[in-house]
Design a protein around this ligand. Structure first.
Ligand code: SAH
Ligand code: SF4
Length: 350
């Protein structure tokens, strides 16, 4: 069965042509599933009964199911969604004053194995298909529809579990589907992909002609510290990564966001801030400081508020645009990965 939610428009056009249909059939299907929110082929009244039958036999409109839902006081919704094969990933809805952002997972587990991240603990189980990423957004939209305030997801960040550039083609299809005006019509500037720094991916992404945002998980401004936090730095050390960032800026005309986790005593000194300023000098990117979400899976501690603010002040005085990431749902399982870790633990115990 081919899942319609996973078909980028031009691919669906090809499929329709293969079925002996006109190309516009694809747009018609997009309108039914994304605009009119049809959940079955029977509803598609302007498609002949005969072709609806073909669709029913070969295509499906399956969505992931929700296996765990947590809602926090600030309205954040954290979901554990389950795919057809039983694999589970996390999806989070964050409510900003400018809109509703879905934090989407791109893989089941992750192979990059950053020492501070719980997503990488069990390694990568598999890549997610485009329909499984689109499905995460649709499941959230369905929940929002039930809330009845006419709200839907307006922003998407690919910052859940997984390294998006280790699942490049599927993530790109996902971006094109949600960005398509006949699809979910989420503006390119409202879509952000976060990468741990896979250089080939960054260079390729620069050439896609997309106006989306790219975030680089930097977390350290010297190779010694970054090697300890992110072993991927041994394959792509900072010099190589920064060269790719400069190339990305030049080719795409977009600036990046540098994500910088603040971990007590590891990367949060003024000396570190100084190195960060030096490292990104000459690029247009800005810095998003992330107070570390502690987990009981490692020893890392969150930097104190004083240190976070001292770090921010240093960057600001050095004319580097910086912000501290707003935190969501701190009253429920805090870090991305924790819900999943809990489920995995349960799974292992069973
Ligand atoms: N693999 C991609 C995208 C998913 S991780 C990447 O690494 O960029 C999304 C972001 O969450 C990354 O910046 C990651 O470093 C951060 N992160 C991981 N564990 C965290 C934790 N415990 N607390 C705060 N941020 C964390
Ligand atoms: Fe993977 Fe990103 Fe976690 Fe690193 S921080 S292990 S790349 S999900």
């Amino acid at each position: 069965m081919i899942n319609l939610y996973g078909q980028e428009l031009s691919k669906l056009e090809q499929l329709m042509v293969g079925e002996g249909q006109k190309k516009y059939r694809a747009t018609q299907l997009y309108t039914w599933i994304y605009e009119k929110k049809a959940t079955s082929f029977d509803e598609m009244s302007d498609i002949s009964l005969k072709f609806r039958q073909v669709l029913k036999e070969k295509y499906c409109l399956d969505l992931p199911s929700i296996s765990c839902l947590q809602k926090s006081e600030d309205g954040t919704i954290k979901l554990l969604v389950q795919m057809k094969d039983g694999m589970q990933v996390e999806t989070v809805l964050m409510r900003y004053n400018y809109g509703l952002a879905a934090c989407v997972s791109s893989q089941v587990g992750c192979n990059i194995g950053c020492s501070f991240c719980s997503s990488g603990l069990l390694g990568k189980k598999r890549n997610l298909e485009p329909e499984e990423m689109v499905g995460q957004v649709l499941v959230l939209n369905n929940l929002l529809q039930k809330e009845g305030q006419g709200q839907k997801v307006t922003h998407v960040v690919v910052m859940g579990t997984g390294e998006p550039f280790d699942n490049y083609d599927n993530v790109l299809d996902f971006v094109r589907i949600i960005n398509n005006q006949k699809g979910l019509s989420i503006g390119a500037r409202h879509i952000t992909i976060s990468t741990s720094g896979l250089v080939e991916g960054i260079k390729r992404y620069a050439r896609e002609g997309l106006q989306t945002n790219l975030a680089i998980s930097l977390h350290a401004a010297n190779n010694e510290t970054r090697n300890k936090l992110m072993k991927i730095n041994k394959a792509y050390p900072l010099e190589i990564l920064m060269e790719a960032v400069r190339e990305y800026e030049q080719i795409s005309g977009r600036r990046v966001t540098y994500e910088y986790l603040l971990i007590q005593g590891v990367n949060d000194s003024i000396e570190d801030a100084k190195e960060l300023v030096q490292l990104i000098k000459g690029t247009k990117g800005y810095v998003n400081l992330i107070p570390y979400n502690e987990t009981n899976l490692n020893e890392y501690k969150r930097s104190s508020n004083n240190r976070v603010h001292a770090f921010l002040d240093y960057l600001t005085k050095a004319h580097v645009t910086s912000t501290i990431r707003k935190e969501f749902g701190s009253d429920i399982d805090a870090a991305c990965g924790q819900l999943k870790a809990k489920a995995d633990k349960k799974y292992e115990e069973e």
